[in-house]
Design a protein around this ligand. Sequence first.
Ligand code: MV4
Length: 446
Amino acid sequence: MFKKILIANRGEIALRIIRTCKEMGIKTVAVYSTADKDSLHVRFADEAVCIGPPPSKDSYLNIPSIMAAAEITNADATHPGYGFLSENSKFSQICKEHGVKFIGATPEQIDQMGDKSNAKDTMKKAGVPTIPGSEGLLTDLKEGLKTAKKIGYPVIIKATAGGGGRGMRIIWKPEDFEALWDSARQEAGAAFGNDGMYLEKYIEEPRHIEIQIAGDQYGKACHLSERDCSIQRRHQKLTEETPSPFMTPELREAMGDAAIKAALAVSYEGVGTVEFLVDKHRNFYFMEMNTRIQVEHPVTEEVINYDLIKEQIKIAAGMPISGKNYFPNLHAIECRINAEDPYNNFRPSPGKITVLHVPGGHGVRVDSHIYAGYIIPANYDSMIAKLITVAQSREEAINTMERALSEFVVEGVKTTIPFHQQLMRNEDFRKGNYTTKFMESFVLEE
Ligand code: MV4
């Protein structure tokens, strides 16, 4: 087992990882930017190293600084959390070259899954359902038009280096193709330095359902059920739950099998997520594979009573997984609490937290790095807490969430708590009747 893990991240996920390390008897090293010198991850870790000024590119994305911190503290592994360097193949590679175990995917797997067209190809070959569309990348406009005509409008063109919605365009009719093709390519080229595009049939009102998987170094893989992440705004998830209200036992079995196939196709080692789009007929299609721990992992942990960070560390240390699949019978929901003003287009609201009361009680979990007096820096993501509830049924989990939200007091900054309170009361949400389009028609009341 590792003796010392350097956590190459900040905020709640850094704390989350430190907590598990403590329970496992593993020493921890925090790294921090000057903006985070008063952060809890710095205080909770056994050691802390300043790695640079506030901008992420100079600190949490600064590979030489982080490697130097690992070297001087003698860390034998790094945990990247989510975001930042978690899916950076260069960082995974450099860790390997320096004899520091990267707790995540290999550089090859990161590159293979990071190129979306290539990932789709790999999955198609492995027998995982994919959305009908172009064979690999489109060479030019003419081929795009031809392919779109063949599969029928509406179609969607996607940047192969994309993800998170950037460099993506929906095309409803051939007359619009050229302009959207040009603008998507330009956007992708500028954002990723790669303007490769592929095309798919556009699925109109899909659900985003992802399967948590785990694989070990011995060729074994299993799934840990699904999470429904359809409630999103501008590709930012707002709330997630498991099980999906749209799920059936048959669909879970089929999607679980497909996710395991996906994991085995790339000899996946660690915990990961296979994202699917599910249409109204319950056809499901591979969308992306995430080779990291995800923000929403706690809902899965709560329903299967299983520490996914511990599992990541054990797998990275060469321990085998049991290989058994999980079909939970509890229900968990997560609300992401952001320092944003939901009444003002979710505008970020950084600053000092003057008053704080954190909810608790039966079925309530709060993963957060905030405290009274904490100053939320403007440099990073605005998520300040994850509020998770777990209960025997969906209705009870929602009721517990409403109760916990009503106890949550954060003063000094605006938060998304009022949004979540209204969401929990929303009739369609209560019925489990929602798709990725939900937020387009959701109206927040004053
Ligand atoms: C799609 C789609 C409909 N049809 N692909 C959005 C982010 C990227 N990962 C893929 N995305 C989508 N791909 C086809 N063929 C709709 C989306 C999409 C979406 C997907 C999941 C969650 C929220 C979304 C919001 C808008 C569009």
